[in-house]
Design a protein around this ligand. Structure first.
Ligand SMILES: NC(=O)c1ccc[n+]([C@@H]2O[C@H](COP(=O)([O-])OP(=O)(O)OC[C@H]3O[C@@H](n4cnc5c(N)ncnc54)[C@H](OP(=O)(O)O)[C@@H]3O)[C@@H](O)[C@H]2O)c1
Length: 328
């Protein structure tokens, strides 16, 4: 179909764009110490998240690995501690698709820790079947958007109290095939296409980042494309693409370079907040590249998400109210 043809063209252009952009990485930008800084990385047991956690640990940073599987998390932590010699690596077991669990975790983290300098929203999924979480939300949306939104929004007060705070969200070049839509956030209409739901979620992350940047000037927000990287996510969710790309896929270390640069480099804090990156190249107006530009209606997207947050107690209801107040 024409959608897939345009996706192929996009993928190839994006690879080239990425390789070009990479050439402008300045190694000295990363000659920094992360000692005393706290980094929370979701999905830190695998792929891009794990490679990022390794670099941060080597730079002396305190790493909070947010993972859903204890065994996989412990195996990754042992490898990170062993290779980096840094023991300040902590595991937090949370399934990001479970909205209330994410909310509880973030609230507890705020009580337990006095600072968080960098939040890296890296975990993501592409499910090809429509499944619901415990709260009745479609699972791609629950993981890629609601989990990211609740985690970030709850941790904003802690980030704001910390020095040089940053939030980085790992989106995808795949988002370029989608214009923001919020008429069907739960993918109830028509046939379910996991690839397009994922692309729509990744597009929504770009809009969320723009909105967060506007609402929270004390924090530096960015959203990025890691390039096409050889990870379990790609081999299991996109086996044909994985096979087609073969050797051209980037290694996980290469895939982590933009996140690492956004998380550690000093120059980043002087750059505009709310931007989309591929490599060091900044696409200040990501919507311009899509066939239909985003509209001012994007401003209401966070409220649309909040309205789907399922409060089960007075306490959660109050949290939602507070979130609304901060956004309005
Ligand atoms: N690889 C690429 O070419 C590419 C391109 C564009 C964007 N991305 C994005 O890059 C990010 C990282 O993916 P990756 O390629 O590095 O794949 P990966 O190696 O499979 O890592 C994905 C990570 O997310 C975690 N995760 C997924 N669902 C979760 C949930 N419900 N709760 C907690 N953790 C969850 C996974 O945990 P488990 O190990 O327990 O499954 C894993 O740690 C994703 O957001 C992906 O969309 C990747």
């Amino acid at each position: 179909s024409s959608m897939y043809n345009s996706t192929n063209i996009l993928i190839i252009n994006y690879m080239k764009g990425y390789e070009e952009a990479c050439k402008s990485f300045e190694p000295k930008d990363l000659e920094v110490s992360a000692v005393g800084r706290h980094f929370m990385i979701t999905g830190a047991n695998s792929g891009i998240g794990r490679a990022t956690a390794m670099v941060v640990a080597k730079k002396g940073g305190t790493v909070h690995m947010v993972c859903r599987n204890k065994g996989r998390a412990e195996e990754a932590r042992a490898a990170i501690v062993n290779e980096s010699g840094n023991t300040e690596v902590f595991i937090h077991i949370v399934d990001l698709s479970q909205t209330h669990k994410v909310s509880q975790f973030a609230e507890n983290f705020k009580k337990q820790f006095s600072s968080l300098n960098v939040l890296i929203n890296n975990a993501g999924c592409m499910l090809h079947k429509r499944e619901l979480n415990a709260e009745g939300l479609e699972k791609n949306f629950a993981t890629n958007i609601m989990g990211v939104y609740i985690l970030t929004q709850t941790l904003i007060p802690l980030l704001q109290m910390s020095r040089d705070p940053r939030v980085i969200t790992v989106s995808s070049g795949g988002m370029l095939v989608q214009k923001l839509r919020f008429d069907d956030l739960q993918s109830e209409k028509g046939s379910f296409d996991g690839l397009m739901v994922y692309a729509q979620n990744k597009r929504q992350q770009v809009v969320l980042t723009e909105q967060w940047a506007k609402a929270n000037p004390l924090i530096h927000f960015s959203v990025m494309h890691p390039g096409w990287v050889d990870t379990p996510a790609v081999s299991s969710s996109m086996p044909e693409f994985h096979h087609m790309m073969g050797e051209r896929l980037r290694t996980v270390e290469q895939g982590a370079d933009t996140v690492v640069w956004l998380a550690l480099s000093r120059v980043v804090s002087r750059m505009c907040s709310g931007q989309f990156f591929q490599g060091e190249q900044q696409e200040s107006d990501a919507s311009r590249i899509t066939s239909s530009p985003s509209t001012p209606a994007d401003d209401s997207f966070p409220l649309q998400i909040v309205s789907l947050f399922p409060p089960t107690s007075l306490w959660l209801g109050l949290t939602v109210l507070l979130m609304r107040c901060r956004l309005l």
